[in-house]
Design a protein around this ligand. Structure first.
Ligand code: BTN
Length: 298
């Protein structure tokens, strides 16, 4: 239900309580309660009498938002734990009963497992720990290709989301330069002529600031590399925004933007994550403008 409410709420525009209550089939008081519980989970929602509700910001991670972002077969069902021994152990134990594409995610792992029985450092509120159930119709000897597939898919997604030049070190380490950002563990159960299931497990260091002393020379996180905190629940916009910025005639120029209400002059500093123009006005204030007619002044 929280997922349905979240997908109806919009960033930027108000959605009326009446609309939400008719879509979800609950009373306006029920909607208010659900909004309250979203706020407790870190969502910023503005409520305005007569206008309704508007989503202002989302938390760094929430499984509710994650469920609204996933459209395909992988992630059709998400099993989430605040903490678990290892998502990989869970997936291997229950894979027979789980369906292709179901994903197990945890915020923290007590016994995170790396390749070659190594320990995988898995603190809370920081990183991505997930295991995906795969039931492809392939031969056991083709299983190795799933490892390659998982690392290529992970690197492509991470590059698109972060803009960082991530590479693969054989067999499946996700690297930034000479340091490891993440890794993939692939385990399969097979009969002689077919794979019964595979579990593709992925760990990525995202907002981990402190790397254990002994791993410092060989491990990193996106926070350490860029100085920026990335939301683990993140839409694939960074590549798009980076591409737009590279093609823009406007950034850095003095401009005038005519909106419905006023004409604002200033320097076009940047675009934000929503694609709004960030304008620095002559008095030094910053305005985020979502639409209008723009003229390049200089
Ligand atoms: C490696 O050694 O490079 C593979 C690391 C895999 C870590 C992930 S985190 C999610 C899943 N659960 C685990 O216990 N391990 C994998």
């Amino acid at each position: 239900m929280s997922e349905q409410l979240l997908s109806l709420l919009k960033k930027g525009a108000f959605v009326s309580g009446g609309f939400l209550s008719s879509k979800l089939g609950i009373t306006r008081a029920g909607i208010w309660k659900k909004i309250h519980s979203l706020k407790e989970k870190g969502f910023k929602v503005e409520a305005s009498p007569g206008k309704g509700y508007r989503l202002i910001d989302t938390p760094e991670f929430s499984v509710e938002e994650l469920k609204t972002l996933i459209k395909g077969e992988i992630g059709r069902k998400i099993i989430y734990f605040d903490r678990i021994d290892s998502t990989n152990n869970y997936a291997m134990s229950y894979a027979n009963e789980l369906l292709h594409g179901e994903v197990i995610i945890a915020d923290a792992q007590m016994k995170g497992k790396g390749r070659l029985q190594r320990h995988w450092v898995s603190p809370p509120n920081s990183n991505i720990y997930m295991s995906i159930i795969l039931k492809p119709d392939i031969l056991p000897r083709e299983g190795t290709l799933l490892t390659l597939l998982s690392s290529v898919a992970s690197v492509n997604a991470l590059r698109r989301l972060t803009g960082i030049d991530i590479k693969i070190k054989w067999p499946n380490d996700l690297m930034i330069g000479s340091k490891k950002l993440g890794g993939i563990l692939l385990e399969t159960r097979s009969e002689p002529d077919r794979i019964l299931f595979a579990v593709a497990s992925i760990g990525v260091n995202v907002n981990m600031r402190r790397i254990p002393h002994e791993l410092k020379p060989i491990a990193t996180s996106t926070l350490i590399e860029t100085g920026k905190r990335f939301k683990r629940t993140r839409k694939g916009r960074q590549g798009l925004l980076k591409g737009w910025k590279g093609l823009s005639q406007t950034l850095g120029k003095e401009v005038a933007v005519k909106t419905e209400r006023e004409t604002i002059k200033g320097i076009a500093e940047d675009i934000d994550d929503e694609g709004r123009l960030i304008l620095k006005t002559p008095d030094g204030s910053i305005k985020n403008i979502s639409s209008g007619d723009l003229i390049h002044l200089r």
